[in-house]
Every structure is written in structure tokens, then in C-alpha cells.
Design a protein around this ligand. Structure first.
Ligand SMILES: C[S@@+](CC[C@H](N)C(=O)[O-])C[C@H]1O[C@@H](n2cnc3c(N)ncnc32)[C@H](O)[C@@H]1O
Length: 208
């Protein structure tokens, strides 16, 4: 049997220190607050807006939607992370599920906004595109938007220069490269815009 490279058990213990770790101003969290705030600026939350947050973690993005009185749905595959998020978000709905598995029945509906921060870099480009396509086609309302903040670079050259500049801090994962990602999503029939937020963070807005 193949071992899972990203089991939920890797994330459960991280829930204890996660909120301190994201305050580091170096890789991978250089630009973290700016990226989450950019999602809010682009989402324009308002009362009654339905919002699905994928990979909620300890709830740092979701909590920014609370002020907007949104109908908030939070998901993650780590029970440890969701436990922390529940403390911050007493009125939100929570669903424990793995984005690589079948879509859960309770989320089988459409949302005005689907958002996600610092999650999709666990998936290769093909899987990113496939998931975005499913979200946009099956789970967004007509004028809905999918807004993704993550570790991202303009292109491969920018990423390799950055990796070299930070030395031992660098870790290999499937970080977004804006040029190839935008091209691949447009080829799959989606509309996409990209906004750079810091040397290693950016935000994608995807729609039909
Ligand atoms: C780096 S944290 C980001 C948390 C939060 N969105 C934020 O911006 O602070 C990544 C989160 O994605 C979740 N995650 C990773 N892979 C997942 C998967 N396949 N399905 C569901 N959640 C996943 C982890 O449990 C973790 O909570």
C-alpha cells in the first residue's frame, strides 16, 4: 500500500503552535496577513453571503469573514486544527473532510464565495486545476468567486532565485507558479486573475 505523503496526523500537533508560526516574517509565511486580508478585500463579505473555507486550519481566514455576518462553512481534514477553529468561530458550520476524497453530502450545494489559504500547494498542478474546475462548476453560485491565497511565485525562475536567497529555510512543495497556473486554468475554461502579495505569496481569483 502507498503511504500518504500528507496525512492529517501531520497537521494535528501543528495546531498548538500554528498561530505563532504564521507571525514569522520569513518563508513560508512572509506576507501571510497581507494575503488573508487581500482575500477579504476581493471577497467583499456582506450579511448573508455564503462562504466555504477549504483547509480552515485554526480559522485565521474564516474569522475575518465573521465581521461581515456571513454564513460560514469551514472544512479541514485535521481534527486538531478544527478544534482550534471552533473556539474562534462559535457560529460557523464545520465539516471534517479530506479534499482528495469524495465531496461530502452536507456541502453538496453552491456558495457565493469559496476561499482557501495556504492549502492548495499540497497538490500538483493537475490536481489544483481539477479541484478548481469542480469548485467553480459545481459549487459556486452564478456570480460566485473562488479566491485562493497561497505560497506562489510569478514563474519558475523567480521561485528558484527566491529559494537560493533563503538557503536552508527552503522546502520543496507544489508551490503555485502564476504563469503556468493561470494558463492551465484558462485552458480548462476558467477565468483567472493573479495578484502578488509578497516575495512568496499571492492570491488567485477564479470564476466561470
Ligand atoms: C498551512 S495550514 C493553512 C490554514 C489556514 N487556511 C490558514 O491560512 O491559516 C494548511 C491547512 O490545510 C489542511 N489540509 C492540508 N491538506 C488537506 C487536505 N487534503 N484536505 C483537507 N485539509 C487539508 C491542514 O490540516 C491545515 O489545517
Amino acid at each position: 500500500m502507498m503511504t500518504d505523503p500528507f496525512p492529517s496526523s501531520d497537521f494535528d500537533p501543528w495546531a498548538q503552535t500554528y498561530d505563532q508560526d504564521v507571525q514569522q516574517s520569513h518563508f513560508p509565511f512572509d506576507g501571510y496577513d497581507g494575503a488573508l486580508n487581500t482575500v477579504i478585500e476581493l471577497a467583499k463579505p456582506h450579511t448573508g453571503m455564503s462562504v466555504l473555507d477549504l483547509g480552515t486550519g485554526t480559522g485565521n481566514l474564516a474569522v475575518r469573514f465573521v465581521k461581515g455576518n456571513c454564513d460560514l462553512w469551514c472544512t479541514d481534514f485535521s481534527e486538531g486544527m478544527l478544534e482550534k477553529a471552533r473556539e474562534k468561530l462559535p457560529t460557523a458550520h464545520f465539516v471534517l473532510f479530506d479534499l482528495r476524497q469524495d465531496w461530502p453530502a452536507e456541502l453538496n450545494r453552491r456558495f457565493d464565495r469559496i476561499v482557501s489559504a495556504y492549502v492548495f500547494h499540497h497538490f500538483e498542478l493537475d490536481a489544483k486545476v481539477e479541484l478548481c474546475k469542480k469548485l467553480v462548476n459545481d459549487h459556486l453560485t452564478e456570480n460566485g468567486k473562488l479566491i485562493i491565497a497561497d505560497i506562489s511565485f510569478l514563474d519558475a525562475k523567480t521561485m528558484s532565485n527566491y529559494a537560493e536567497s533563503i538557503g536552508d529555510l527552503w522546502e520543496e512543495e507544489f508551490y503555485w507558479l502564476a504563469d503556468e497556473s493561470v494558463r492551465a486554468m484558462e485552458s480548462a475554461g476558467m477565468k483567472v486573475t493573479y495578484q502578488r502579495v509578497s516575495a512568496c505569496a499571492g492570491v488567485y481569483v477564479v470564476s466561470r
